[in-house]
Design a protein around this ligand. Sequence first.
Ligand SMILES: O=P(O)(O)OC[C@H]1O[C@H](OP(=O)(O)OP(=O)(O)O)[C@H](O)[C@@H]1O
Ligand SMILES: O=c1cc[nH]c(=O)[nH]1
Ligand SMILES: [Mg+2]
Length: 209
Amino acid sequence: MAQVHVMDHPLIVHKLSLMRDKYTGSKEFREAVEEISSLLCYEATRDLPLKEVEIETPIAHAKVRYISGKKLAVVCILRAGLGMVDGILDLIPSAKIGHIGLYRDPDTLQPVEYYCKLPNDIESRDVIVVDPMLATGGTANAAIQFLKNYGVKNIKLLSILAVPESISVIQEQHPDVDIYCAAIDEKLNDKGYIVPGVGDAGDRLFGTK
Ligand SMILES: O=P(O)(O)OC[C@H]1O[C@H](OP(=O)(O)OP(=O)(O)O)[C@H](O)[C@@H]1O
Ligand SMILES: O=c1cc[nH]c(=O)[nH]1
Ligand SMILES: [Mg+2]
């Protein structure tokens, strides 16, 4: 069964509280998403392999360790996933970036695909999928299945907010995919929004409402 890492570090809790406040504007909302994404990425990359290299410090020879050339890709789910990319690239600047355009139909709550551009060697990369909201879980589920159909074997899911039902969907459909998030909220409302949540993350990031 996939593990769920809920990162309730005080820095994350504080920044998430800023996101929740309806009076927080797009600039501060974007900054909070970016910073939380860096902190989630820090934990999600804990198992990156290191290789030993000999160098000279100003004082002596030393054996040091660098991250070995692990091939990583970040795949962001448009639009709201875009807000997480820079925070991740701050830590792993050499990662390739893929984009999957999926929006959730407001009536059926089913994901609708409208765009896809992935690194051409995606099947040989470890992939971090990013989307700040796991509500019904349908969008992330579809994106992960899409990547698996391309042959991707190692996937982690970074999100900011989830609810118990989206966690269950991912765990049932993709028991090999670990989830990293900042909080698991109480429930969905009758329109499929996370309660108490942050509202529509894409609209708040890009000021479209
Ligand atoms: O778990 P689900 O029930 O599928 O809902 C979550 C999805 O909804 C939001 O995207 P939205 O459809 O609002 O598109 P946007 O990012 O373009 O705003 C969010 O960013 C997720 O992708
Ligand atoms: O609460 C929610 C649910 C889906 N998408 C969002 O942006 N927010
Ligand atoms: Mg949206």
